[in-house]
Design a protein around this ligand. Structure first.
Ligand code: ATP
Ligand code: MG
Ligand code: MG
Ligand code: MG
Length: 564
């Protein structure tokens, strides 16, 4: 590509509206332009970056046997009414009507559509498992679109959906996607951690988020300074936990799906028995409902204060509950906090039987309320919460933990039969019986991933792209277009390098050297080949690696070999 032809309107000044690096540099480097709040045009450099991420995704998805499809963005209201989400999805959904008054939405996600797509045609257990994916625009009327591509209202998502005959199959599909996503983010060059997550609007039980570590991220997470461990952090303000002697560092939820007794759970979670708090918990519509905490009283109070709120809970603890998808089920007057230890709140499926369905107050005057287990309650699916304080260190290796922030670049969900039951999508099993598909769904924010990479890799001059997703891999900079030797040498290098690569830009603009250097640093070509005075006098060019700043002077005739 010749820079004289490249449509890349770079800006000299920092755009005032940009609060974070990725937004600033994508505007400044002429990669994106805003058309309306949260809607962006992708100019050639941004488009190339997105396509590179998509290519990595396609390669890794195809390796797992998943098949690419494409579904409509405009979806009929009926399927969302059938699943029950038309009204509950809320204001984030863009709704529209056609000339006949039929209602539609612009897809925020595709669970409904894919379930209805396969429901009459994927018929037999023999055809399963199946994993179908697409890479496509999604629409969400975000309450606060901001940070450019990080939180936009139109964005590119890779979304994939797995169909299995049973939970065991789903767990395999989930694991395969978890691993594929890990490879994708690694290949994109991101520094990321996975955390066990809430399943939010999408529903389902078991879920992980992929968090790219960056100060500009909207999620607070705790990470280990030594190993790959990471967990969610409470971010309610004011945070009642901060008042405790040892501020809480993180709340980690972890699932141990095969446990049926509290003892199993203690073992599976690797939790010392004396550090456990038994709780009654229900999983209602994918939300963890802690109904009561019992056991050692002193420990109780910590747990109750920090995790379970109630009618009489403070506004802060109510917020806390909401954030973690916890619904107050049992109320307790709160005592003094003692959060100097790592506590584990464990679900006791047997105790659930005792308290389920009761409304009133117990002999100690504590209130509780009626709770109904969901359709598909399975005891200890949502199994445990670990409260981590600084004094505890990492639960995996004991090393010190630190507070950091993360950008959610992907999420994987075990949906189970939530959508297949609601939308009556079933297959015939070995025994000839119709059974609902056991589903999983998986999503990567493609455009957000590009932004996250810039958040992680930039300096005061511009972008430091990971090579794998850089719009172009190298630029040749002839510093004086009036100098025949420089121009000829640069053109020869360009011809040779671009013979088997479309990754090279020749900056053939009649600009001053300073302008070329500034643009090259801003756009962030991973490699710069500088053709300057020394090319004339000594027959050498300078090869500079943008990220490290390392420069190497080499004879012109070896430059091609060095760059390749
Ligand atoms: P967030 O918590 O940031 O609002 P989400 O949990 O609502 O994201 P999912 O439903 O899990 O998002 O969608 C899958 C992926 O799509 C997310 O992990 C994220 O990378 C991306 N994504 C979601 N919303 C946006 C957005 N407004 N702009 C850009 N990417 C987004
Ligand atoms: Mg969201
Ligand atoms: Mg989220
Ligand atoms: Mg998510």
């Amino acid at each position: 590509m010749l820079a004289s032809k490249l449509y890349c309107p770079t800006l000299r000044d920092d755009p005032a509206e940009a609060e974070v690096a990725s937004h600033k540099y994508m505007l400044k480097a002429g990669m994106i332009r805003k058309n309306a709040s949260g809607f962006y045009s992708f100019l050639p450099l941004a488009r190339r970056g997105v396509l590179k991420i998509e290519k990595i995704i396609r390669e890794e998805m195809d390796k797992t046997g998943a098949q690419e499809i494409m579904m409509p963005i405009v979806q009929p209201a009926e399927i969302w009414q059938e699943s029950g989400r038309w009204d509950v999805y809320g204001k984030e959904m863009f709704k529209l009507a056609d000339r006949h008054g039929n209602e539609y939405c612009l897809a925020p996600t595709h669970e409904e559509l894919i379930t209805t797509l396969v429901r009459n045609e994927l018929r037999s257990y023999k055809q399963l498992p199946v994993n179908l994916y697409q890479i496509q625009n999604k629409y969400r009327d975000e309450i606060r679109p901001r940070f450019g591509l990080m939180r936009s209202r139109e964005f590119v998502m890779q979304d994939s959906y797995s169909f299995d005959t049973d939970q065991e199959g789903l767990e395999k599909s989930y694991q395969a996607m978890y691993e594929a996503y890990s490879r994708i983010f690694t290949r994109c060059g991101l520094q990321y951690r996975t955390v066990l997550a809430d399943s939010g609007q999408i529903g389902g039980k078991h879920s992980h988020e992929f968090m790219a570590l960056a100060a500009s991220g909207e999620a607070d997470i705790v990470t280990c300074t030594q190993c790959a461990y990471a967990a969610d952090v409470e971010q309610a303000t004011p945070n009642p936990l901060q008042a405790a002697a040892e501020p809480l560092q993180a709340i980690e939820k972890f699932a141990t799906p095969h446990c049926s007794t509290i003892e199993d759970l203690v073992q599976a979670a690797g939790v010392p028995a004396e550090k456990t708090i038994k709780a009654v918990a229900l999983d209602i519509d994918g939300k963890l409902v802690l109904c009561m905490v019992r056991g050692d009283h002193e420990v109780n109070e910590v747990a109750v204060q920090h995790v379970v709120g109630g009618h009489d809970a403070t506004p802060a603890s109510a917020e806390l509950l909401q954030k973690y998808g916890l619904v107050p089920g049992y109320m307790s007057p709160l005592g003094a906090a003692k959060a100097s230890e790592q506590f584990h709140i464990l679900v006791d499926p047997t105790a659930m039987q005792i308290y389920n369905g009761v409304t009133g107050a117990n002999e100690e005057g504590f209130h509780y309320r009626h709770v109904t287990p969901s359709r598909d309650f399975t005891g200890v699916q949502v199994a445990a919460i670990r409260l981590i304080t600084a004094a505890d260190g990492c639960p995996e290796c004991g090393a010190p933990v630190q507070l950091t922030r993360g950008i959610e670049v992907g999420q994987v969900f075990q949906l189970g039969t939530k959508y297949s039951e609601a939308l009556q999508a079933s297959f015939l099993d070995k025994d000839g019986k119709a059974k609902p598909f056991v589903m999983g769904c998986y999503g990567i924010g493609v455009t957000r991933t590009m932004a996250a990479a810039i958040e992680q890799y930039h300096d005061e001059r511009g972008i430091l792209w990971p090579v794998a997703i850089a719009p172009y891999e190298a630029v040749i900079l002839p510093l004086n277009m009036k100098d025949e030797v420089m121009v000829t040498t640069a053109r020869e290098l360009y011809t040779q390098l671009s013979a088997d690569s479309s990754e090279i830009v020749l900056d053939d603009r009649p600009e001053r050297a300073g302008v070329k250097f500034n643009d090259a640093d801003l756009i962030g070509y991973p490699v710069q080949i500088v053709v300057g005075k020394d090319t004339k006098t000594k027959g050498t060019v300078e090869i500079k690696v943008r990220r490290t700043g390392v420069k190497e002077v080499v004879p012109v005739h070896t430059a091609v070999g060095r760059v390749q």
